[in-house]
Design a protein around this ligand. Structure first.
Ligand code: C2E
Ligand code: MG
Ligand code: MG
Ligand code: MG
Length: 283
């Protein structure tokens, strides 16, 4: 077996490692061309307000249909995009496309629909991240208050000045801020107090077993109670059954997202769902 040396190079030839490296390199090569070849698209998954049972937001989820590799899941290519820096141009495209779509939906009569966009750490940490966002709002005409930025805990964990400044810049513009995959990262929760967060998204690994595993049920209930006492809203991810839904309703969770309502779908199908299940809370 090959061992990594202090220099970071591999000492022995390892066919297995070589294969993985080759596959990764091939994927990287194709991912580099994905944007210009227009192989990337966004799917949208509705977020449902539990009180009304209607859609109040959409989460934009990236899809890659590679001419060479077929469809590749985000679990495979997002981390690669992050490691190679490709997430910067790709993420910029995602933001622009999602904001443009939100604006179009608003103009089509789905007023006040929120658009949630996943943002990687390196994207968030770009010195000109805010400038780029402003540019997107200017170009698309989207009111910033309808954008929700989804960040993972790893970004807010280090309570740095830079992060606080960027989050404050988001807040000033009315942009919403959600913590994605909540509960999976760290147990240190002080960042919830330190940063201007709007919403936390309970990870679907808890939701999956809430009706069968009393620990997951207890954790979920505790997260909702804590969130509410901090005046944060809660979205539960990965709701697949009516039993899970009822449990979450009982906890006082405000919003849900999951296959029970709808999978993420391309624009047309998402819009169809929207036209059947949209509500404008402000009307
Ligand atoms: P996420 O942001 O936590 O998104 C939720 C994931 O759960 C999505 O997977 C969605 O399809 C899936 N999901 C939703 N409801 C259910 C359900 O009821 N059951 C099950 N089993 N799964 C459900 P997806 O689309 O494969 O995305 C995976 C992850 O990739 C995302 O997790 C997010 O972290 C990342 N990602 C996706 N699009 C983007 C993007 O544009 N930019 C960045 N930086 N990351 C992205
Ligand atoms: Mg997300
Ligand atoms: Mg998540
Ligand atoms: Mg995630």
């Amino acid at each position: 077996k090959s061992k990594e040396q202090g220099t970071g190079s591999y000492r022995f030839y390892d066919p297995e490692m070589n294969l993985v490296t080759c596959q990764r390199l091939a994927m990287e090569t194709h991912l580099r061309q994905a944007l210009e070849r227009q192989e990337l698209s966004l799917h949208y998954q509705p977020q449902i307000d539990l009180r009304s049972g209607k859609v109040i937001g959409m989460e934009a989820l990236l899809r890659w249909d590679s001419s060479a590799l077929g469809s590749v899941s985000p679990a495979q290519f997002i981390s690669l995009a992050e490691e190679t820096g490709l997430i910067l141009p790709i993420g910029a495209w995602v933001l622009e496309t999602a904001c443009k779509q939100a604006r179009q939906w608003h103009q089509a009569g789905f007023d006040n629909l929120r658009m949630a966009v996943n943002i990687s750490a390196c994207q968030f940490k770009q010195p000109d991240f805010i400038e780029r966002l402003d540019q997107v709002f200017q170009e698309t005409g989207l009111d910033p208050e309808y954008l929700e930025v989804e960040l993972t805990e790893s970004i807010v964990m280090e309570r740095s000045e830079e992060t606080l400044m960027t989050l404050t810049d988001l807040k000033i513009r009315g942009i919403k801020l959600a913590i994605d995959d909540f509960g999976t990262g760290y147990s240190m929760l002080s960042y919830l107090k330190y940063f201007p967060i709007d919403r936390i998204k309970i990870d679907r690994s808890f939701v999956r077993d809430i009706t069968t595993d009393s620990d997951d049920a207890a954790i979920t209930e505790a997260i909702v109670v804590m969130a509410h006492s901090l005046k944060l809203k809660v979205v539960a991810e990965g709701v697949e059954t009516e039993e899970q839904l009822e449990f979450l309703r009982g906890c006082g969770c405000e919003e849900v997202q999951g296959f029970y309502f709808s999978r993420p779908h391309p624009v047309d199908r998402a819009e169809l769902f929207l036209s059947r299940h949209f509500t404008d809370k402000n009307k």
